[in-house]
Design a protein around this ligand. Structure first.
Ligand code: ADP
Length: 317
């Protein structure tokens, strides 16, 4: 807890200022860049370096780790099933904690349906996963409690209890979305270990609304980078899985759109969104309720494809 720094001579008002930007733990503070701290009102270089030194002295996270310790830390990582064994296989076991999974695809490709299914599967304990609550940040009014009920029935769970375990909030613009994420960090900190999944559906929609035209692209990308770095920090600090949806653009110079459908769509958000997501999955419609998922540009996972279906009970094989 960051308040412990008072015992090491950091004044309370300074701590409260840091909490305002979503820093709740010593580890969180260490994951925050010097620039970010310097932007705080009453902070200057000497104060920042003093606080950083105190952190370094009291925490162990700056020391070297043995490979054994790294291996033990990896055991904390868990994977949440998507409801489809095929999709899980594609993801190397499911949606992983301490990591950001991004799905992108055209409208109707199944992004929101996967998110809804995860809202339920996250709550189901397995042999090596204890189950937990979900935080859903909605930017496009895509959340449907009734879909959650249908999916809960598939897994023979109490519909009301499943809904009780999902916290929902609507974000109205990109700044509000960022503020919400800071509040999420506080909530995750207060309810240690309770939340296992954070969903943002969609990560990019509000940025596209708030920053229209080429002139503001640089600014948009900067703000997007801040949002993504906060998400990454939350995922690592509180050991939760982060699942985000992204939109696509279709390239206009495709002469045979029907032949290559799926290959001519590109995720939006540029390099920032691409490189800040650990795993990216491209989704496309096949026929009826069948969808194809493909790993996009992963250093760890093979570029394979898998099919899944969207049913009343959520996504499945
Ligand atoms: P997006 O990628 O735009 O988020 P969605 O995840 O909302 O897309 O997927 C919409 C698709 O899911 C539609 O094709 C719709 O037919 C299908 N779908 C939604 N609910 C059901 C259901 N109860 N049973 C079968 N298919 C459904």
């Amino acid at each position: 807890d960051i308040y412990m720094l008072t015992e090491h001579g950091v004044p309370l008002p300074d701590i409260e200022e840091m909490r305002k930007i979503g820093i709740n733990t010593v580890k969180g503070l260490q994951m925050t860049t010097t620039d970010k701290l310097l932007a705080l009102k009453s902070f200057n270089p000497s104060k920042v370096s003093k606080i950083q030194e105190i952190c370094g002295n009291i925490s162990f996270s700056n020391r070297f780790m043995t490979a054994f310790e790294v291996s033990e830390a990896c055991k904390q990582v868990f994977k949440i099933s998507t409801g489809s064994a095929n999709l899980d296989k594609l993801l190397g076991g499911g949606v992983e904690s301490m990591s950001i999974t991004q799905v992108f695809g055209e409208a109707g490709s199944g992004k929101t349906q996967i998110a809804h299914t995860l809202c339920v599967t996250t709550q189901i304990p397995t042999e090596d996963y204890s189950g937990g609550k979900v935080m859903f940040i909605d930017t496009e009014r895509s959340f449907r409690p009734n879909r959650i009920r249908q999916i809960a029935r598939r897994f023979h769970l109490s519909e009301d209890s499943v809904l009780q375990n999902i916290l929902y909030i609507r974000a109205y613009n990109s700044e509000h979305q960022y503020q919400i994420l800071k509040n999420v960090a506080v909530k995750f900190h207060e309810d240690t270990g309770v939340f296992k999944l954070l969903i943002v559906d969609s990560i990019i929609a509000l940025f596209r609304n708030d920053f229209m035209g080429r002139g503001v692209l640089l600014n948009r990308q900067q703000k997007l980078a801040e949002t993504m770095s906060l998400l990454k920090k939350i995922s690592e600090e509180y050991n939760v899985a982060v699942f985000i949806t992204n939109q696509v653009t279709t390239s206009m110079n495709n002469k045979f759109p029907l032949l290559t459908i799926g290959d001519d769509v590109k995720p939006v958000g540029g390099n920032i969104l691409a490189h800040s997501s650990t795993t990216r999955v491209a989704l496309r419609k096949l026929t009826g309720n069948v969808r194809i998922a493909k790993i996009h540009d992963s250093p760890e996972l093979a570029e394979q494809e898998e099919a899944f279906t969207i049913t009343n009970g959520g996504v499945q094989d």
